[in-house]
Ligand binder design. Sequence first.
Ligand code: MG
Length: 272
Amino acid sequence: MNTKSIFLRLLPGFLILWGSLLTACGEPGVTGYRDTPVLPGTPWRVHDGDRPAPPVVTPPEHFSLGAPPPEGAVVLFDGSGLERWSNARGEEAGWKVEDGHMEIAPRSGNIRTRDRFTDFQLHLEFASPAEVRGRGQQRGNSGVFFHGLYEVQILDSYDNPTYPDGQAAALYGQQPPLFNAGKPPGEWQTYDIVYEAPRWDGDGNLVKRAKVTVFHNGVLVHNRQAFLGRTRHRAVAEYDRVHEPEGFIELQDHGDPVRFRNIWLLPLPEKD
Ligand code: MG
C-alpha cells in the first residue's frame, strides 16, 4: 500500500474526528461551549451558546456617571493614585494611572483592594478600549471579583455576541444579566452593585450564599441574584472554599486595556 492510499483510507476518519471536535468546542471563547456540564436547576450548560441572549436596551446617557461618594463611603479610586490597591502579592499595583483614570497594564496581573469589606454598595465606572480588537471574550474583558472568587463580568458587549453567561454584567459562567445595557466601546459606563457576602456557620456549613444586585448604566440586570459558588471556567461553580465574610475586591487583568475611574463603596450596617 503506498502513502497516497493510506492517506485516502485515513481521510474520512480524520474528517469525522475534526467535525466532532468542532461541534464539541463550538468556537471557544466566542459563541459558547457544548461540552460543558449542565448548570443545576436550568436546561443550560455552562457557557451555553444556545442560551437566549438578554434583550438589548439603550441605557440612559447619564445615571450615576460621576456620582460623588455619600458620607461614610470609602473612596477606593478618585483618579489620583493606586494607594488603596495592590497586586496579588501585596505589592504596588502595576496598572497605569493617567488623566483621572486607571488602565489595565495587560499581563501585569489582577489588582485588589488593600482593605476588606463585607456587605456594601459599590460604585465603579469603566470603559472598554475605544479601539475594537478581537471578539467574544477577547474584547474588553475584565471583571469585578468579590473575595477574589465571585465575578461580575466586564466585557465590551456592544454588538459583540458571546455566550450569555459570559457577557457584560453576567455572573460569569452562571447567570446572564436581565438586559444587555452596554454602551459603545470607549464610552464610560457604570456598575452600581449591592454585594452581600456569603456566610458559613462554625461547622463550615454554608448558611448564606453570596448575592448581588447590579445596575448596569442604570438598568437593573440582577435583582438579589445568588452566586452558585465561586466563579469557574467551563465548570459548575461551588462553594468549595470556606472564608471569612470580609474580603477584598479584585479587578481582573484579562489582557485588555480596560479603564476604570470613580470607584467607591459604602459599607452596609448589620440589619437589626
Ligand atoms: Mg472577566
